[in-house]
Design a protein around this ligand. Sequence first.
Ligand code: BES
Ligand code: ZN
Length: 884
Amino acid sequence: MDIARTPSSPDGNIEMADAAVEPHDPPEIRREDYRPFPWMVPETRLEFDLGLESTRVRSRLTVARNAKADASPTIRLNGDGLIPTSVKIDGEPTRAYTMDGDDLVLTLPGEAHEIAIETEIDPSSNTQLMGLYASNGMLCTQCESEGFRRITFFPDRPDVLSTFTVRMSGAKDQFPILLCNGNRTDEGEDGDTHWAEWHDPWPKPSYLFALVAGDLVARSDSFTTMNGREVELNVWVRDGDLPRTEHAMESLKRSMKWDEEAFGREYDLDLFNIVAVSDFNMGAMENKGLNVFNTKYVLADPETATDGDFDAVEGVIGHEYFHNWSGNRITCRDWFQLSLKEGFTVLRDQLFSQDMGSEPVKRIEDVRILRLAQFPEDSGPLAHPIRPDSYREISNFYTATVYNKGAEVIRMMRTMAGEEAFRKGTDLYFDRHDGEAATCEDFVRSIEDGAGLDLKQFRLWYSQAGTPKVSVELTHEGEEAVLKLRQTVPPTPGQPDKKPMPIPLKLALFDQQTASHSGEQLIVLDTESAEHRFDGFANKPVLSINRGFSAPVTIDRAIDREDLVFLAASDDDPFARYEAMQDLMVRHLVAAVAGKLSEEERNRGGASIAEAMGAILADPDIDDLMRGELMSMPSQTYITEQMELADPGLIHAERERLKALVGSQLSEPLHRLYERAEQVPFSLDAEAKGARKLKTMVLAYAAASDPEKAAELAAHQYDRADNMTDRQGALMVLTGLEGVERTNKLLDFYNRYEGNALVIDKWFALQASSLHPKVVEHVKALADHPDFTLRNPNRVRSLYMAFAGNPQGFHAASGEGYRMIGDLILELDPINAQTAARFVPPLGRWRKVEPQRAALMREQLERIAKAEKLSRDTYEQVSRSLAD
Ligand code: BES
Ligand code: ZN
């Protein structure tokens, strides 16, 4: 396959679309080619005559030459699959326009004009769920990144800001509720139709436009801002879902309050609407004043949502709300700057959730996500810097790197500056760039100026991909502890040679005897290697490093097993304790998989891990949520990352064996823990959540060591559950086991929740991610289930993302798992390209896998690459995954 670079656009506009390119060779868009748009669009007026099968869109744009850009006689308005039914310039119909591919190009003689264009679209046939589409009889939009051009012709790029005035009309009975950005300024009716006018006073790019029309009901409330302004709040859902919106509303109010306190940010409209839709490509979208959410991140009650679901709702509501400042008031100059809004907003939502619940537990969860999703990306063919240099399809760059590593990079600045100085930096950023389309460079400079940091070398974190590795060695000479550090940043596609980066490492040196240290220190490793000396240690201390995960790196530490056991039991940094436990297990598993351990060594290693875990079970000073974290086994993905070449079957087997060993050695204390947890009545407080987490954890260990007992316990937990966390946990364990209880409970679960899409999604996902040896057959059968459909992204992800993340199934030695994902991609691509492309990366990890499976994975990628017609999305991911 040819992935040679195509030349950049002739006029240097990164928005170019070249009609002549083959569908198989979409142009590469490069950051360095950015040019400001030659025109400004101060005002946009839109009129929608809404219909499910046919919606008429009339747009009127006032345009004026942009003095800050090179003058151009033409204006390019992006379109995607649109045909103009009428074009007027300054009120006069004109045919003096050309179509360049999907774009409409007009020649404009003067300084300022009005352009009026009419189009007609069919929302009901929009299966891509980008632009205006129908979902359950309602109409809604998704415009980020380039969906607005599927609605009307427009300079669909984030640096063109416009004030929008919108009039929408439709059948009263079909669309009783009409919503748009900003405030409603007028409404009326005309026979069977009615209309509403909306005005958004804040200039915004087209990707933040939203419209919703349908039969919806709201939970309403209000929030008084720090300056005493009252804001009306609504959470819109389908009739019947209202009782499940309380948590969303409470989360919204907590978000608004928190952003005032933590970042000094106040809301800026009189109205804030959230709408839940069941067909949605992503989690949620921050459209100005009208956030659109996947139902998954709005609806929650204890009967149908797990503790994890409740936390996710709170986090996503926070995230989208926080975008009002970090994304909307200050937006991105171009899509290469995506991490400016996403990385920063992820950090903001992480800090919010830390403050609302357990700080260390949230930190551990976020590190786990980073390792699960971002580390593999950074070490594979799709590796890219948090600010990419080029793309073919921007949808492919909403990645764990841009989001989660992006958040880590900003978190490092906060760690180096300290919280107070960092706040000065963000204050300056919001102040300096309010109303602008900014760059990552603008952000870094604001933090530098406001917080008083020198981030010259730190900027490398924006341009270099790959997870740095830091080798750590501590020796003892006389009274001195000597710390030797060395960093390597691995080569990644297009970046063979890397420069050393500043790596902030929090550390502490423990006295073995007293289990204490004399204070945490922060050192910044900014050279390839460095040596630090610490005086006053009669005995060799135990090093605790990268505390709180102060830098998103891998630590390779030369440390004795006994010292890890000590840290796992005694470190006062909860993350470092977790890390010590993970290290103990990873080392053992990596050695076992590599065949380096005799049977006896294997058992001894397992026993010492069980012993360390036993101390954690018995520790009265930790809460159960934290205990649950300390008891978690490292994921298969994370273990794979520590190996050059992985045999997924072996890793899985060793991991299960260790689980069984720990489960049987600790069977007694685990069951005592279970009994204690069983006594805790249901509530949403931390203690009760911790108890629930432990119960399912104990079941999972029991399932490996004593499956019969586990089945009995799980069936019992399932039957007496008064909440989804217990019920799903029990069913998860049962789904991995043989026996009648598996069949019974799966059937019961389905019957109990039939018709509740979000819970039926769980039913699919549990079976697709199960440890059952016949998971491949199960998933095949589920794909033919009457409730399965490729039209609903939640359903697709429930079955197939769960499966692609299940090593048992995906990496089946026969290659069957790879074939199933290959088939899915080919079938889904024409229906929903964005979702289809997201299934490519699991196949792209073939380089990390033993040769036989690797060949089978490649085979699927090559088969997809040969397809007659392929979306830009899937084409780009497949070609990058195969490139060498
Ligand atoms: N702006 C994004 C939504 C989005 C993503 C639009 C990709 C278009 C393409 C939104 O703010 C977002 O990041 N949503 C996340 C959830 C968030 C909590 C990380 C999502 O949808 O997964
Ligand atoms: Zn976001």
